[in-house]
Write a protein that binds this ligand. Sequence first.
Ligand code: B3K
Ligand code: ZN
Length: 898
Amino acid sequence: MLRTDTPVTVHRKDYTPPAFAFEHVDLVLELDPARTVVTNTLRFTRQAPGPLVLAGEELELVGVSLDGKPLADARQAADCLTLPELPAQGTLEIVTACQPAANTSLSGLYVSNGNFFTQCEAEGFRKITYYLDRPDVMSTFRVTLRAQRAAYPVLLSNGNLVSERELPDGRHEAVWEDPFKKPAYLFALVAGKLECIEERIVSASGKEKLLQVWVEPQDLPKTRHAMDSLIHSIRWDERRFGLELDLDRFMIVAVGDFNMGAMENKGLNIFNTKYVLANAQTATDADFGNIESVVGHEYFHNWTGNRVTCRDWFQLSLKEGLTVFRDQEFSADMMGSESGRAVKRIEDVRVLRQVQFPEDAGPMAHPVRPDSYEEINNFYTVTVYEKGAEVVRMYQTLLGRDGFRKGMDLYFQRHDGQAVTCDDFRAAMADANGRDLTRFGRWYSQAGTPVVAVRTAWDGADGSLTLTLSQSCPKVGIETHPGTPDKLPFHIPFALGLLDADGADLPLQLAGEHQPGATTRVLDFTEAEQSFRFINLPRGAEPPLPSLLRDFSAPVIVDAEYSEAQLTFLLAHDSDPFNRWEAGQRLTTRALLQLVADSQAGRELKLDPALVAALRTVLNDQQLSPAFREQALTLPAEAYLAERMGVADPAAIHRARQFMREALARALQADWLAAFEANATPGEYSPDAVSSGKRALRNLALGYLADSGDAAMQALAGAQYQSADNMTDRSAALSALVNTFAPGREAALADFYQRFEQDALVIDKWFALQGMQRGTVGPQGSHAGKHTIDTVRALMQHPAFNLRNPNRARSLIFSFCAANPAQFHAEDGSGYAFWAEQVLALDAINPQVASRLARVMDRWQKYALPLRDRMRAALEQVAAASDLSRDVREIVSKALAP
Ligand code: B3K
Ligand code: ZN
């Protein structure tokens, strides 16, 4: 990897089309862990004057020839190979060697547990051969793999297998051809000792397809759910978007060492084992759900990403935002009910607010389509992915499902086989529906989370309600630099309803309309301030109650003055399930922020009985699904609360939230116990939405019960740990024991380790639970003296800990630094010192993983003193280190930028 002290910024405005086209690439790889030789034969056509500059990193150049004759004037530099004076057309042969076993970055060609894998997005192909490694250079590929048969019996690459043969000296060969043109980032190969389960299905148009899931032999029994998820994804894309699998064969391969979730290589998706392997004993309901969604995501990329790809990496959200939207819709449909869909929506919005909103307010804030980057891998962000998905969802909200489908159809009709831009996508949506979406384009060019303030004016005599919306979105991150243009209003689809005094939805009629329409209305809110007058409402002193931004129709913050009584009313009556949940979150957030202030001021903490009563009503409402009740009774996360404060105080937030948990645990003990008992799931384990919803509520109840401090309740956790027949129940019980330091805690931790010692993904859970554990400083200030940092440091010495394996590093280090705010932000700065050490240690091994960890400090300026100063010192310590990767350097220098 290139390490440099002079960062180079790449700008979107500097895009120029490639000077050469590659019609066909023929790759021959002599696979050897120590030194793999790659022969790259490519047919090119010149498109513009100038030399051919091929990207390459960490490559040993063996030779270059043009049309069979050695090329003398090829110039090799650290990151490229320049070939001056090439003819208009020709064939180049480039022979290089790389060292897969020494490649710890897990980008390019690498070895994991003795097998070969590749990861090329975004710029990993250049570590395999010299190439125009950019997404707008698309070519057909033929790949020949040669390796020792004994060590590498399986040889896979993209597309179709065209031949296999034996070679001398125990070697063998497989040849693969991908008929579809693709950019190099979608290239993949896998070689090693793997086995598969397979299925044959017939596609909507009657063609037979072979589906395979490849894993290490011992993992075969854990592949069924991934295969089912793949089949469901294929069927869903046929039904919802009329999109079929285009290859005869589609393969998923699982690997234990992987930088992210999975990768959509054409016909050969490579997955982190975490998103493939599952059975009842080892995977939780959440794992089953994540597998379904990631399998769907990568499969859906086959059209949104692969058939139509990105012109340049600034357009990343073109494929990622769209594909996340598709996987969200897929998972929502798989929930099988309206209430299930709402639960999925709630989960997605939680992530957006907890992770994306902070990103959008911090030093790394960037538009969904960034304008510049130093290291593209740093821009695989929640903004590009999750906010990008919200942007795509807004098209559907504005155009309706049918209008959105028309836009998608036109997009493929126009751009199949091309590398295009976010503007091309927006044009297809606009043209297919005859709509002007010019202003909508600002969602791609402006960063930040807009705040929408809502004012209402009620005319009781006339029965009209005037709603005035005003939006603001101050400059953030890079937008604050001098010379950046002022920000302009966004096009916000603002969905709302009005409730009458009984909680029923009122028909909505805007002034100027002849008759009332539906009870949920999407307003086109496009100006800085706009008023909407609803007429023909029931007259009287009391105005109807607005239910704002239904189903979270835009990624904005709504600033509305609701009284507690109004929120309680919405929580009880809103017909929009998302907003029912939202009302509850507003209530608990408000109460929690008050508790934080009380705690900071040393006032006694008290819980409002009205809030307890409102939550009790929801908890006991049998009309609501258990999954929904679990969402409603889950308190806002500490990270979310921190974001809502002017100056974040993690210790006070934790005290307040923990106080509320314990108070609710005691006040509702009988109700929790009833929910715990009513939601058992006897019989064979099934991860379906109804059963997992029951387990979620039951385990939430268990967590609260354990927090009551009552020994009998904690014994319930101990008993559940012992008797559980599935990982959801077992790990929830273990978590309750761990966090309450209940008797039996140490024995359960030891038992868990021993039981699952052979299963890396479960041992990751064991590390993660401990990285996230609370300290023993109780709400009354009792110092039992246990700080999580001590546990984490001790676990770093555990024989099963391994910094080189990203899942393991994430399970302990990231769990502590990113998911345990109260302990990470210990006042003595011990968490920050640990962070700096680990960022530097990881950076020497794997810059992509290191740079993710570096992001934990993004919001340092938001923290109270002395934390803020200590965080800056830790950032400065990392920034001062020599030999930083481009990845980490970009993150820390942006965090420290004035
Ligand atoms: N496209 C890949 C992500 C690649 C990340 C490179 N640092 C997985 C996905 O979004 O489906
Ligand atoms: Zn993706």
